[in-house]
Design a protein around this ligand. Structure first.
Ligand code: GH3
Ligand code: MG
Ligand code: MG
Ligand code: MG
Length: 294
């Protein structure tokens, strides 16, 4: 179901919109000024914004500007609604990135057709955004998305996070899998390894593929002891889980480096933590492989 946010200072317009949109099966949220519209977008999954041009306090134009300046929200299609057909206003709104402009009183049939258009754009955008964040082979977060989500976890809470851990995970002697069974078999192993990884860690841990046969897990609110335990559980699961290659089963092992930090503040340098984990991974490879070091 699609969620449409209607922002208008005129209560009768809001009620009319709610009636017409709900009749089409949309979920409708209402806001009476720009500030509440932006707050509603922060707190809900809004697909389309219907935005009145003139409202007391923050105007529709100002609301539009702020929305477009917020990267995660800039792709929500905005349809401006206004009693004014001032050409300069229409041009200004479209140049600021509004998807469409509809004059009030609106014709329901026409507005609904314009909304369906905006929803098609929304769907395409979401599909592309998803593709850009996902590793094609394993369907895990790709490197960019892994780092972005980890940074978001760091910068989200207003107060400091007590602990955070990052694990860098690399399959041992993976080149030999490709050499002995072929590149396609190698791909199958990567997929099964990724599945095991996603299953083993908690839902709110961030899991990604950050290199060819290299994976990473960001664990918010986890101390060193628990992080190492979780990684060891995964390392042993890998050791014991046969990878299914059609008519053959093979076993692989993995080396893991874990770095932890305490009292993570907004703006913490996540890269530094990744590098520390990488260093432990390097040591794990030097030591023996099939081991977790922190
Ligand atoms: P180590 O234990 O030191 O990590 O040895 P390794 O063989 O795993 O490491 P190395 O870096 O020498 O080789 C990594 C191999 O992973 C080489 C590369 O061809 C393979 N690889 C990287 N990406 C993919 C992929 O997407 N599919 C397949 N099948 N192989 C890949
Ligand atoms: Mg108004
Ligand atoms: Mg390797
Ligand atoms: Mg490697």
């Amino acid at each position: 179901m699609y969620t449409i946010l209607a922002a208008d200072d005129a209560k009768d317009t809001l009620m009319l919109l709610e009636f017409d949109l709900q009749a089409e099966g949309y979920q409708v949220l209402k806001a009476e000024d720009g500030e509440s519209a932006l707050a509603a977008i922060n707190n809900n999954n809004v697909d389309i914004l219907l935005l009145d041009l003139y409202m007391p306090g923050m105007s529709g134009i100002e609301t539009l500007k702020q929305l477009k300046a917020t990267p995660e929200q800039a792709n929500i299609p905005v349809i401006m609604l206004s009693a004014s057909d001032d050409e300069d206003k229409i041009v200004e709104a479209l140049e600021l990135g509004a998807h469409d402009y509809v004059t009030k009183p609106y014709i329901a049939k026409v507005l609904l057709a314009r909304i369906r258009n905006a929803i098609r754009l929304r769907e395409k955008t979401l599909t592309l955004e998803n593709l850009a964040k996902t590793d094609f082979l394993t369907k895990l977060n790709n490197k960019g998305s892994f780092e972005q989500l980890s940074l978001k976890a760091i910068n989200q809470g207003s107060r400091a996070m007590n602990n955070m851990a990052v694990a860098m995970i690399d399959i041992d002697h993976f080149k030999a899998v490709n050499d002995n069974y072929g590149h396609e078999a190698g791909d199958i192993v990567l997929k099964q390894f990724a599945q095991l990884l996603a299953q083993t860690f908690r839902d709110y841990d961030i899991v990604g593929r950050v290199g060819g046969e290299e994976f990473a897990v960001c664990m918010p609110e986890v101390n060193q002891h628990d992080a190492v335990n979780a990684c060891e559980r995964f390392r042993k699961a890998v050791e014991q889980t046969p990878m299914e290659l059609g008519n053959e089963q093979i076993f692989v092992t993995t080396s893991i480096g874990v770095a932890c930090a305490q009292h993570i503040e907004v703006g913490y340098d996540f890269n530094q933590m990744m590098q520390a984990a990488d260093k432990f991974l390097y040591d794990a490879k030097q030591l023996s492989r099939n081991v977790t070091l922190s």
